[in-house]
Structure formats: C-alpha cells, structure tokens
Design a protein around this ligand. Structure first.
Ligand code: T1G
Length: 678
C-alpha cells in the first residue's frame, strides 16, 4: 500500500495505491491524513488532488476491519479534517467511489469524475448506514429525496447522473481524469470561501423520507439499517452538522455491533469465497465458450437461452417438435419485449440478443457448439438418451451440461464417451433472472471443465456455487429436508398456512406450501391417482395440483390470491387419520425449530459428505436460490449465531436426528468452517 504526494506546479497530487479496491484501511487513512496535513502546511501548495491508482477510487472502508477496535484516524475524523482544510481539495474519481470512498469525496471541496465512474453509498447492504458523514453531507449536496434514494437503496449512480444532481462538479474525458482534475484544481485554487459541503443547507424535507419509507415498506421489512438511514437523514434536516454527525455515529455504532450487519458482512465475503474451488489450480485456462446449444425450449430452456443471449453469447435452441420450438421462441421474444418496455434493456440490446439466437429440430446443428446444455424432462432415462445423442454430434472438446435439479450426474455422464466433459449447470427458475447457479462436479468432471463452468458463470452474471454429486445437490437437499419435516407437522395436525405464516414471520418471502403451490404440487408425482402414499399424492389425486390448477394447499381466485382451503385440510386430515396419526397442537416456535434446525442438520451432512465445500457456500445457495433473508446471513451462519449447542439440544428434544458433524462442532464450540483439528 502506498500514499504518494507529488507537487505539480502549485497542485499537490496525493495518489493512493491499495489493491485490489483501495479500501480505506487504517494505513490508508493514516497516510492520507499525514499527506493532507503536510500539503496544508506547504506554502507553495495552492490546492490538492486526491486520486487512487488501479481500477477504482476508494471502494469504501475496509470491511474486514469491522468488529475490531477502530484505529485512529477513524474515517469520520479523516473526512472532517479534509472538509476543514484551509486549501481546496479535489477528488479525482474513477471506478466505483463507494461508501467511505464517496464520503471522502463528499468531504472534498470539489469532485471530478470520468463518465464510467459510479458513485454510491452501499452501506445498507452491509446492514450499516454511511458512518463517515454520508447521511449528513449527501442531502446537503443533492437534496433529501435523491440522498434518501441513494442511501436506502444502496445502489450506485453513474457519474453523469451524479453531475446532474450536483454531486460531481466536472465530468472529465475517459483517460484524462488526472490532468483534468489538476486543471480544475488550478482554476479553483484561489476561490474563497471554500465550498464546504457540511456548511450548505439541506434542500428538501422529511416528506421525501416518509414517501420512500411508505413505498418500500414491504421490501425493507425486518431490516434495521434502513430505519437507521431514515433517522440519520431526519437528523440532517433537523440538526446542525456536528449534532447530525453525532447522531449518525451513534446509529452506525449500534448497527456495526448488531446481528444483521454481522450477517450481511458474512454474506459479502461468502459470495466471493464461493467462486473459489478448494484444490483447483487457479491458473487453469478456461475453455473458450462462444456458442451454446440449449436442448428444450420450455420455461427452463428458454430462460437458460436468455441467460446466455443477454450476455453476448450465441445460442442454438433445439426442440423435438416445431410447436414447442415456436412456443419457446415466442416466450423469449415476449420476455425481451417486456424488458425493453420496462427500460431494463435497450431495444438495440434486445434485437442483438435475438439475432444471436438460432433454432433447430436437428441434433446435428449442435455440432458447432462449445457447450451444450439440456433442460429436458426430469427423468433419468430421458436425460441419458439425450446425452447419448449430443455426445454423438458434439464436436471434440465440447462440454455437455445437464440442468437437472436432483439426478445423478455420474449416471448421466456414463451415457457418453466424454464423462470428463460432463458437468451439472443447475439454473434456478426463471433462469434469465435468478443469479444462483449450482455447478455440479461429477466424479470424472475435469478441472478445466470445472474452471470453465465457473468462469462462464461469472461472465453471464451468475453467482456460482460448486456442489458435489448428491441427491438435490445443495439447495434442493435442504429444501427436501424442510419439506419432509413440514409434512410431518401436517400429519400432526398443523395447518399448511400456519407453517407458511411461521416462515414468513421468520423472514422468508413465502412458506413451503405456498412455494409448493407456485411450483406445482405435482412435481415428482407418479401421476397415479389410485396410488396415495403421502399428502402430496392425496392432493394431486383430488386435482389439487397447485396455483396452475386454481387449487393446491390453498384455493386461488382469478387474481391468484390465495385463501386457506377447507377441502385441502380435510384431505390432509383424512390421510393423517388413515395413517393412524394422533393430532396435536404444535407451538409456533416448534414449527420453526422442526423445519429450520432440520435444514441446519442437513447442511452439516452436506459438509461431512463433501457435497458442499464450506458452510458459507450453503448460505450463498439459500440466500440466492430460496430467499433466505440476507440480513440473517444464510442458514449456517444463522445457526452459528443461534448457537449450535442449542440447536443440537432442541433437535434431540424433538426426537430428531443430529448429524455427527453438527454434534461435534457444537460440543467443541466451533463454527462449521473452522478448520478441523488435524
Ligand atoms: N473492504 C474489504 N475488501 C473489499 C472491499 C471492502 N470495502 N471491497 C472489495 N473487497 C475485496 C473483495 O472481498 C475481493 O477480495 C476483492 O476486494 C475484489 O472484490 C464508513 C462503513 C468494489 C464493486 O460496500 O461492492 O465504507 O475475494 O470480487 O466484482 O460509511 O468489491 O479477491 O480476496 O467484489 O470487481 C462500503 C464493497 C464499505 C463496497 C468491486 N463499500 N465492494 O467488485 O471485485 S462500508 C462497499 C464492492 C463503508 C463507511 C462504511 C465490490 C466492488 P478477494 P470483488 P468486483
């Protein structure tokens, strides 16, 4: 890490170089303050430019420092010192000026940025608020409404928009940021009084805050940081700067010590750690992938095709029948048209994506593909037949992938002559939207094919998590365990809606039975109404196939509004009685313990079996694939915060199995990812 100060004429250029993202760690803060104070003392210095080397301006405080005793100068003090300097300071911004990075820029007297720069205060995504003056200075520069939107959404804005808001004073040409920042500094060097952001009045009032809070109430449900953002923003309106800063500091200190920020900081690093494959040589060169064959133009196949098309790859979409192919094509066209209409995509991008799509009924047309992925019916015989056919037409070196949700990758690979080039790419529906991708490694999947799959996932904007070849891989394995515990509760007399309500109250977007209705109660059903072996069979036999049938566990009106179904409950009760099951009241806490602790237990089994590389991978899967609240960190992090010993004790109290690894970690007071003693 270096902080260099170079005098160019009367302008002192302070250049910080702290790879990879110029995080404002203690050494950076200390070096920057010393250089600024030295410049302030040098008579020949008339103005100062702060810039960063590498790919970005400061990308924020150093998140890895949180939870440790803060070291002076703390960021708020650094920002106050910059603003109070008697000489003008210009921030030269490129890359992503985020969090504390933008707060440093706000404390500067001027801001120059290149068009590709993005500026944001993403602290809320870490369960925090801007803690170095952002909640007090940003509304003074851009007004309450724009500041509220930036701070509570946590989303960055491009430099051009920042300039419109008054957050950036000058947009430099790409590639000439430093020279234009210097030129700007020379122009304003003698201007007084210095435009100190903290001395400006706040434009706007609390109505903008109320509007935002009301509009986003559902999305912000259960989260503490957004409410703290609102409180800090109100302080900016009501109080002088110094008092407002004190309110901000107090709120920040509360949040940084809280569970939700710990969970979100855990998740931040977990998502990045998931991209690493233990034991895989990081220098392996991924295979080039430019053209992808997709087999199956149904919902999944069309979604997968779009996931590649939207990121610049070419796709050959194959179906066995012309009607199915036409339907798939129409679905893709409709989806792009809707994205363009909603402004999520330009018309040109939509047209270009479609231009990269070709369709065929002939397997031979897949011969030029670098990767071929199937999204056909979830039956092993069908998968093996398809793989034998693509193996026969695929060019040498092409990767063959399956989108299976549960089935054995090795058994599928055995249908080909290239098992080392077979991998699972388990997309989540809708595949063009959901970010999670489980990359399933078969026993013979080669390291290069694995590296290629991970690189391709990053290229198409997916969050990839590697899974071993086991039933349901990672996500669906925990889902299956939660489902079986939930079915047990049904047989004990708990209504589906009580189980769903308990999960929604916990923070899940929906409960297991609403989810089942949405996906289809008949997934995996043998389709024989005479064969009733479980609650699912009983409901399907009565035609209660879920939302698509207008009835499942719930009844649905034309607007798809769900109401608890007396008929469904009667079917469940009849089946339970037929099983001789006694009915009883189950307390709400027990509902959550029986379902969520069972998931934790299953996660421990995944770790012991090597299906998941690390517990934090399981967290990444469930936050991204199933809506586990990120502010709770994922099931395994949440279990550690809840207490593994407590979970083991409660599982035993419910007469439920306890995975040996879970019992071992609990007995040792260890976290799941703590290295196992040699
Ligand atoms: N602190 C520590 N490490 C960080 C970091 C940070 N702020 N940002 C990134 N890294 C690491 C990351 O873990 C990875 O490490 C490497 O840098 C590359 O990151 C007081 C309290 C900047 C848009 O929230 O959004 O300021 O895995 O893989 O995809 O008010 O990183 O290589 O070992 O993500 O190009 C506010 C978080 C902090 C920004 C780059 N700032 N970072 O994305 O690379 S809180 C943030 C990002 C704060 C103040 C408050 C992204 C990025 P490794 P990467 P990328």
């Amino acid at each position: 890490m270096t902080v260099s100060a170079t005098l160019r004429g009367a302008i002192l250029e302070i250049m910080v170089d702290n790879p990879p993202v110029n995080a404002l760690g203690h050494a950076v803060r200390k070096g920057l303050l010393e250089a600024l104070e030295a410049g302030a003392r040098q008579p020949e210095v008339e103005a100062i430019v702060i810039a960063c080397a590498g790919r970005t301006f400061f990308a924020g405080a150093d998140i890895s420092e949180f939870g440790k005793p803060p070291l002076d100068p703390i960021l708020p003090d650094l920002c106050n010192a910059i603003e109070a300097l008697a000489k003008p300071v210009v921030a030269a911004i490129h890359g992503t000026a985020l969090g504390g990075g933008l707060e440093v820029a706000l404390a500067c007297h001027y801001r120059v940025a290149v068009p590709s720069a993005r500026l944001g205060l993403p602290e809320v995504k870490l369960g925090l608020i801007p803690g170095a003056g952002g909640t007090q200075r940003l509304p003074r520069l851009v007004g309450v409404a724009a500041a509220t939107d930036m701070i509570v959404s946590g989303d960055p804005i491009p430099a051009g928009k920042a300039a419109e808001l008054g957050l950036v004073d000058h947009v430099a040409a790409e590639g000439s940021l430093i020279e234009e920042a210097h030129r700007w500094a020379q122009v304003i060097a003698g201007r007084r009084p210095l435009p100190r952001t903290g001395e400006r009045p706040v434009a706007g009032d609390a109505a903008a805050i109320d509007r935002y809070a009301e509009t986003h109430a559902r999305k912000l449900r259960g989260q503490t940081a957004p409410q703290a953002c609102f409180e800090a923003l109100r302080a900016a309106i009501d109080l002088p700067l110094a008092e407002g800063l004190a309110v901000e500091r107090g709120l920040f200190r509360q949040l940084v010590a809280g569970d939700q920020s710990a969970a979100l900081r855990h998740y931040f690093f977990a998502e990045r750690r998931a991209a690493r494959i233990d034991g895989l040589d990081a220098s392996i060169e991924p295979l080039p992938i430019e053209t992808v064959g997709v087999i199956g133009a149904g919902t999944m196949g069309a979604g997968i095709a779009m996931a590649f098309l939207s990121k610049g790859l070419r796709v050959v979409l194959l179906e066995t029948g012309a009607d199915a192919l036409d339907r798939g094509l129409a679905n893709i066209r409709r989806t792009y048209e809707a994205s363009v209409a909603k402004g999520r995509m330009t018309q040109e991008a939509g047209d270009q994506a479609l231009a990269r799509l070709s369709t065929t009924l002939d397997y031979a047309a897949l011969g030029g593909c670098d990767l071929i992925i199937e999204a056909v019916f979830e039956l092993m015989a069908v998968k093996r037949e398809v793989f034998a056919r693509i193996d026969a037409v695929a060019r040498p070196g092409a990767i063959l992938a399956t989108n299976t949700s549960y089935l054995d990758i090795d058994e599928i690979a055995a249908a080909t002559g290239r098992p080392d080039h077979v991998v699972g790419l388990h997309f989540f529906s809708p595949a063009n939207i959901m970010k999670l991708l489980e990359v399933v490694r078969g026993a013979r999947t080669s390291p290069r094919v694995l590296a290629t799959a991970m690189a391709l996932a990053k290229r198409i904007g997916k969050i990839a998590v590697v899974a071993g070849n086991g039933y349901g891989f990672i996500g669906n394995r925990l889902l299956a365990r939660r489902r079986s515990e939930a079915f047990e509760l049904l047989l004990e007399g708990v209504a589906p809606w009580d189980i769903d309500e308990a999960h929604v109250g916990f923070g899940m977007p929906m409960g297991p039975f609403r989810m089942s209705d949405l996906a289809g109660v008949d997934i995996g059903w043998h389709r024989d109404p005479a064969r009733v072996e479980n609650v699912r069979d009983a409901l399907c036999a009565a035609g209660r196939l879920g939302q698509k049938a207008g009835k499942g566990y719930y009844d649905y009106d034309e607007a798809r509004q769900a109401t608890p179904s007396a008929e469904a409950l009667a079917i469940i009760d009849a089946f339970a009685r037929g099983q001789g099951r006694a009915r009883r009241d189950v307390p709400r806490d027990d509902i959550l313990e029986r379902t969520l602790y069972a998931m934790v237990d299953e996660g421990a089994r995944l770790l012991a079996e090597g299906i998941a590389q690390r517990a934090s991978d399981i967290d990444v899967v469930w936050v991204n694939g199933y809506g586990w609240p990120s502010y709770l960190g994922g099931p395994m992090h949440w279990a550690e915060r809840t207490g593994l010993a407590h979970i083991v004790e409660r599982l035993r109290a419910h007469g439920m199995p306890v995975a040996p690894l879970l019992a071992e970690k609990a007995a040792r007071g260890e976290r799941f990812d703590d290295p196992r003693p040699a």
